[in-house]
Every structure is written in C-alpha cells, then in structure tokens.
Design a protein around this ligand. Structure first.
Ligand SMILES: NC(=O)c1ccc[n+]([C@@H]2O[C@H](COP(=O)([O-])OP(=O)(O)OC[C@H]3O[C@@H](n4cnc5c(N)ncnc54)[C@H](OP(=O)(O)O)[C@@H]3O)[C@@H](O)[C@H]2O)c1
Length: 334
C-alpha cells in the first residue's frame, strides 16, 4: 500500500496510544481524546468521548472527520480492574459500537485493542474463571466488544496484548501499570508469600512491539486478522520473574528474602483475607491474574512468531526487557 493512510486513534492519551504516537511510522495518526492536548501528537487533537453520540461532535464535524479517515485504531477503553459490569459497558461495549458506526460511515477498517485475557473465557478453558475474579467484568466487556466487531461486517483486526511493560530498549512508559506497581510492591519486601498457580508463565510484552505490529499492519493494508500479542511458551516462569525483582532490589540496597510461592488453588481463603488491607489487595490481584493465566491453559496463546515474520518485530528477551522496565520505573515513576 503506497498512499499514506489517515488513521483515527482513540485512546490517544493512554499507555498504548502514547506508545503508538512515539513509534515511527508511515501513517498520519489523528489523536482522538477527551483531553484537549496529547503529548507527542503530530496532528491537532480530535475531541472524542466514545460514550457520547457522534463522539460528542456536531454532525458537520463528525461527517468531515469520517470523510478524512481511512482507518481507525480503537484503543480507548476502561482498563481499571475490579469495577461492576455496568461501569465497563458504556465505554468498552457501547463505545466500540459507536466506533463501528463511525467506521461504517468512513468506510474504514477498525484495528481494535482487545486483551489476551479473553483466552480465559474460551470454551476450551481448562477450568472456568471464578465469577468474583477481579478481571472478569473487564475481560467480559472486551470479549463483548470483539463480538460486536465480528458481527459488524466491517473489516477489522483484533490485537490481544498480554500485560504490557515499558519500551523494549529504554523501559519508557507514559504511566506505570499493574506490572510496575506489583513489582515495586514486591521489591519493597511487602509480600509475605505469592499465591500463584504452578507452571504458569509471566507473560509481559514491551509496549513498542504492539505499536510496531499495529502500524506495520496498517501500512501494509492488512486490515483483518486476530493477533495474540503475547510470548506464550517463550515467556518467563514465576521464579525467574521474582529473581529479577530481587536482583533489582539488591542493586538499590534492599536485600530481600524470596517470598514462598504458594499454590493459589490450595490456599485457604483466610490465608489472604487475614492480611492487612494493602497486602490483601495486592495478593488478591496477583492470585486473580494468575488464575486468568491458569484458565488460559497456564501459557497464553501467541502469534508472536507470525508477527515477527510478517512485521519484522524484533526478537526481544523478556527478562532483559522486564529488568529495563523496572529500572526505568525505579528512576522515573517511584
Ligand atoms: N496496557 C496494557 O497492558 C493492555 C493490555 C491488554 C489490553 N490493553 C487494551 O489496550 C487498550 C489501551 O490500553 P491502555 O493501556 O492504553 O489503557 P489506559 O492507559 O487506561 O488508557 C485508556 C484510554 O482510553 C481513554 N478513554 C477512556 N474512556 C474514554 C471515553 N469515554 N472516551 C474516549 N476515550 C476514553 C482514556 O482517555 P482519558 O485519558 O481521557 O481517560 C485513555 O486514553 C485498552 O482498550 C485495553 O483494554 C492494554
């Protein structure tokens, strides 16, 4: 595909949006956001609230936008975990319906940022995800958005990233995320034990790999496909992950004892419930994220080999990228 495509990017202020805006590419990205300004935006911001009719634009502005846009990257979403289902639906489900309506008017394909966690809801899941899992309502809303796209008749590509970490080379991220927060807590020696499911992988992907895949796909005109942006069997095990945190803590003068790993399925409920509130909260999230991976088979499905072949994604050592992410977080985000 030779002409430079004009791409509307929803969620431009988010972790993924900011990473996309910094990634060199041969497309024109129009940042769409609720905010008036977006760092690193090369084009004026399109004010956009996906919960509002026509994104909150008047009819003329909406039609003019639809006439300019060739492709939509839909990255806006409510990503916080642990909220009731009715909080996610307006943004993640109805918001995607509005994006589809817009794409239909624009004659544009949609590149949608879903999540690898939908694997935990698949019919093939070895065990069902508990109803009270902290991620469940979020995952269910992302799955519902995927279903809307699949039934829309609109050309679309779905990307399912695992937990994203900082840039593969510098560790940069626009805001800290769950991996950095959880690692910081662990690195401060606050974990009495770690409730995890035996054999699961800690699957972290640097955010720039997702951005590269999406931009290369759009540049080539690959507007259909479903991509698991994960490392699958290449991902590190829990012991390796904890070892990296302990080593980084030692470099900052904190000598930790490695907390014991306890089988999350075999834990009596009071083992977590009787901890102080902050500890309880971190341990519960860890157990629930581990459960999501367990329900996905312990090792997430992956398209990384195909993404490397097709889009030239670099083969990144996840242990090195994770260490770089932690070092960046310690310097800039603490
Ligand atoms: N980061 C990850 O590790 C990861 C992993 C798997 C999947 N994903 C998926 O990737 C997408 C982007 O994730 P992220 O990490 O960039 O999330 P994020 O940092 O939480 O950013 C969310 C983005 O959505 C925007 N947004 C929220 N409500 C909106 C609304 N009503 N109208 C318009 N925009 C709205 C936010 O804008 P404001 O600044 O105005 O709030 C922000 O730009 C999400 O859909 C998420 O499900 C992310």
């Amino acid at each position: 595909m030779s002409a430079r495509r004009t791409v509307l990017l929803t969620g431009a202020t988010g972790v993924v949006g900011r990473s996309l805006l910094r990634e060199p590419g041969a497309v024109r990205l129009l940042p769409a956001a609720r905010a008036a300004t977006v760092p690193d935006a090369g084009e004026p911001v399109v004010r956009c609230d996906v919960t509002r009719e026509r994104f909150g634009l008047d009819a003329d502005a909406y039609a003019e936008l639809a006439a300019r846009v060739d492709v939509v990257i839909h990255s806006a979403g409510l990503t916080e975990w642990g909220l009731p289902a009715e909080r996610y639906a307006p943004v993640n489900v109805e918001g995607t319906r509005r994006v589809i309506e817009f794409a239909r008017e624009a004659g544009a394909p949609v590149h949608f940022m879903s999540t690898a966690f939908v694997a935990a809801l698949a019919d093939t899941a070895p065990v069902p995800l508990r109803a009270e899992n902290v991620c469940r309502n979020y995952i269910t809303s992302k799955y519902a958005a995927e279903e809307l796209l699949r039934s829309s008749g609109i050309p679309h590509a779905i990307y399912r990233p695992t937990n994203l970490i900082g840039d593969s080379v510098t560790g940069w991220t626009s805001h800290p995320q769950i991996v950095q927060q959880m690692s910081d807590w662990l690195g401060r020696g606050r974990a009495p034990f770690l409730p995890v499911h035996p054999g699961i992988r800690m699957d972290f992907v640097p955010q720039d790999l997702l951005s590269k895949a999406v931009l290369r796909a759009i540049e080539r005109g690959d507007d259909e496909g479903e991509w698991w942006v994960t490392l699958g069997p290449e991902a590190m095990d829990v012991e390796t992950c904890v070892g990296i945190v302990v080593k980084q803590a030692a470099e900052r003068g904190r000598h930790l004892t490695v907390p014991p790993l306890l089988d999350a399925d075999g834990l009596a409920p009071e083992t977590i419930a009787e901890q102080p509130p902050m500890t309880r909260s971190y341990l519960s999230v860890l157990r629930d994220v581990s459960e999501v991976t367990r329900c996905s088979g312990g090792v997430l499905p992956t398209s990384m080999p195909e993404l490397r072949d097709r889009y030239g994604l670099p083969a990144v050592d996840d242990t090195a990228a994770y260490a770089t992410t932690l070092a960046y977080a310690a310097r800039h985000l603490a």
